[in-house]
Every structure is written in structure tokens, then in C-alpha cells.
Design a binder for this molecule. Structure first.
Ligand code: NDP
Length: 313
């Protein structure tokens, strides 16, 4: 499969495993890269020493290209950027912030830079900042999300007609037929998060992986719009926030209910009631926990089958 995305990263399949806090360390990233996709280490939940260890181990585990996702709202961002340069990381996905700040420095150092956006305005900013490709992430996605609630189905063609950069679709994609649909809309690659949470190599707690497998349609919702919009499983923590929001709680009160380290508590330590459980709507389609390489193979086979079926009709 050849697209501008496979060429840009020198990978076999145009499938990127999303950088996800508490779920995507070196084990998952290297497994996806070894299977022919692009694995990303999710640095948003890693202190600098932990990120460094993950980079070193990922290099040992794969000779294939891999990257690092850096959410720009991370508190020790400058230290993470220094590590990227120190270890000659070739691919960086930035998210949750302005692409103008770090793109020039990364590009000067030979890094391929991709930025994640949820609207057309930020896609234009990416082009101005000189990024190499864009991830357009729709409302269905898990974790941090756009406030406008634009769905992947609408976002991809909107960005496609505005910006001529290679486009990676994200949000609501976990199967080969969904990947094909994204390609029909103009994407040249897909970024997949939730499906890889339920993989053997994901560092998520087993209780969270099982929760993802059990999830049905309607079990997730976009929450905390007044703080940082995030798609979550509707557990006790979600309902506590919802109750407060419904009675008109202000940002400060919501922040105090949120407290600190909720994502770690839920996704990494396995507290299914009090933790923040970030996952996408596509969790409703996920039925098992498998090795990441098998997941990727299944997606590619299904993509090919779905393409044939459409051509037959
Ligand atoms: P909180 O402020 O509630 O907690 C911080 C958490 O991040 C703690 O669990 C802490 O681990 C861990 N952490 C890792 N590195 C640092 C650091 N340098 N300083 C402080 N804490 C650190 O934040 P959240 O858990 O909601 O989010 C943490 C980070 O994850 C955010 O900065 C954000 O960049 C990113 N994020 C990205 C998402 C995405 O979709 N891309 C989604 C959610 C968060 P410990 O408990 O061991 O101290």
C-alpha cells in the first residue's frame, strides 16, 4: 500500500498507532512498528526519565521507524523536546497546543512533524507552521477532543478541501472498513487509538482493557468541556462530573472534583469507579484483546476485503 503517508514515514501500511497516556509505551509502539505500521510512544504521562527509558527500549525492540507523541500542554515539554533531539527521534506527533512553537526547531533538526487538529482553523495553522502532515481527529475519538464536536465524517473532507498536506484520519476508526471509509473521504492514513488499548502490549491495566471490550454504543461521552474536553467511559467519576455540570458548577469546582492523577488511577492503576477512563466511541466494536501485530493484520485484511466488496456491487 503506497500513499504519501507510507512514503513520509517509510512504513508498509498507512496505519499509525495513536500516542495515548498510560497505554502506549515502548512495548506497544515497537509491536506496531514491527508489524508494518507506525508505533508512537505517548509521552503525555511520562516523566522525562521514563520517556528516555521508553525511547531506548523502543530502539532496542525495533529497527523500524517509530515516533513520539508530545501533548504541548505537558508541564516539562522543553525537557521532552531535548530528549527527542538527544536520541535523534525522527518522527514527532504534537497535539493539544499551537504547532507554531516547536515545529521550526524540530524541522531544523531533521524531525518529521505531524500535528493533531480537530478543526479547519488549526489545520491552516499547521500549514503555516510547516508541519509535514496533519492528523484530523473527529468527535468520536477517545481522550482529549475538540470542543466543536465535529465528527470524523465531516472533518476529513472539510480539511481535505482546505489544506493540501497529507491527511491522517482519526476518531472512530478501529476496523478495516472504517479505514476504507476514511480513505474515501480523502485521508491517506489512519490513526488508531482505542483498538490498540485492547492489545496485549498496551500498558493499560487489565481491568481497563476488559472495560473497553465490554463497552457498548452509548457507553462513552464527551465530558469536562469547561476544563479540557475529554471522551470517557460513563463510570462513577463521569457521573459525579455530570451531576456537578448539570447543577451549573463552574470551572474551579469541576477542577477540584477532577483533582490530580485521575487518568493514571483509572487507566493504569485499574480503579474503574474513581478513575478517568479515556476511550473512543469505537470501543463498542472492540470484542477482544489481541497482540498488536494481529490487530494490524486484521485491519489491513478487512480493508482489502471491504474494498473488493464495494467494487463488486
Ligand atoms: P494531572 O495533572 O491530573 O496529573 C498529572 C499526571 O501525569 C500524574 O499522574 C503524573 O504521574 C503524570 N505526569 C507525568 N509527567 C509529569 C510531569 N512532568 N509533571 C506532572 N505530572 C506528570 O494530569 P492528567 O493525568 O489529566 O494529564 C497528564 C498529562 O497527560 C497532561 O499534561 C497532558 O499532556 C496529557 N494528556 C494527554 C491526553 C491526550 O489525549 N493526548 C489526554 C489526557 C492527558 P504521577 O502520578 O506518577 O506523579
Amino acid at each position: 500500500m503506497r500513499t504519501r503517508i507510507t512514503k513520509l514515514f517509510s512504513i508498509k501500511y498507512p496505519v499509525i498507532q495513536a500516542g495515548m497516556v498510560w497505554c502506549s509505551g515502548w512495548e506497544l509502539a515497537s509491536a506496531v512498528s514491527n508489524a508494518g505500521g507506525l508505533g508512537l510512544i505517548g509521552s503525555g504521562s511520562m516523566y522525562p526519565d521514563v520517556l528516555e527509558e521508553n525511547i531506548v527500549k523502543c530502539k532496542e525492540a525495533t529497527g523500524k521507524p517509530f515516533g513520539v507523541n508530545i501533548p504541548l500542554l505537558y508541564p516539562q515539554i522543553d525537557e521532552h523536546i531535548k530528549l527527542i533531539l538527544k536520541h535523534h527521534i525522527k518522527i514527532v506527533f504534537t497535539s493539544a497546543g499551537s504547532p507554531a512553537k516547536y515545529t521550526p526547531l524540530l524541522k531544523e533538526n531533521g524531525v518529521t512533524v505531524v500535528h493533531v487538529v480537530a478543526n479547519v482553523k488549526f489545520a491552516k495553522k499547521c500549514q503555516d507552521a510547516g508541519v509535514d502532515a496533519i492528523v484530523a481527529e473527529g468527535f468520536e475519538a477517545g481522550g482529549h477532543n475538540g470542543i466543536e464536536e465535529t465528527t470524523t465524517m465531516v472533518l476529513i473532507p472539510l480539511i481535505k478541501k482546505t489544506v493540501d498536506l497529507p491527511l491522517i484520519a482519526a476518531g472512530g476508526i478501529g476496523t478495516g472498513s472504517q479505514m476504507l471509509a476514511a480513505f474515501a473521504l480523502g485521508a491517506e492514513g489512519v490513526q488508531i487509538g482505542s483498538r490498540f488499548v485492547a492489545s496485549v502490549e498496551s500498558s493499560a491495566h487489565i481491568s481497563f482493557k476488559n472495560k473497553v471490550v465490554e463497552a457498548k454504543d452509548g457507553d462513552t461521552a464527551l465530558s469536562l468541556k469547561k476544563v479540557v474536553p475529554v471522551r470517557l467511559i460513563k463510570n462513577k467519576f463521569y457521573r459525579d462530573i455530570k451531576t456537578a455540570e448539570d447543577r451549573g458548577a463552574d470551572t474551579e469546582e469541576l477542577k477540584s472534583i477532577l483533582g490530580r492523577g485521575r487518568a493514571k488511577k483509572g487507566m493504569y492503576e485499574g480503579d474503574m469507579d474513581e478513575g478517568e477512563l479515556e476511550i473512543g466511541q469505537v470501543s463498542a466494536l472492540i470484542e477482544d484483546i489481541k497482540p498488536a501485530g494481529e490487530i494490524l493484520k486484521e485491519i489491513i485484511n478487512e480493508f482489502k476485503e471491504a474494498k473488493k466488496k464495494i467494487l463488486v456491487q
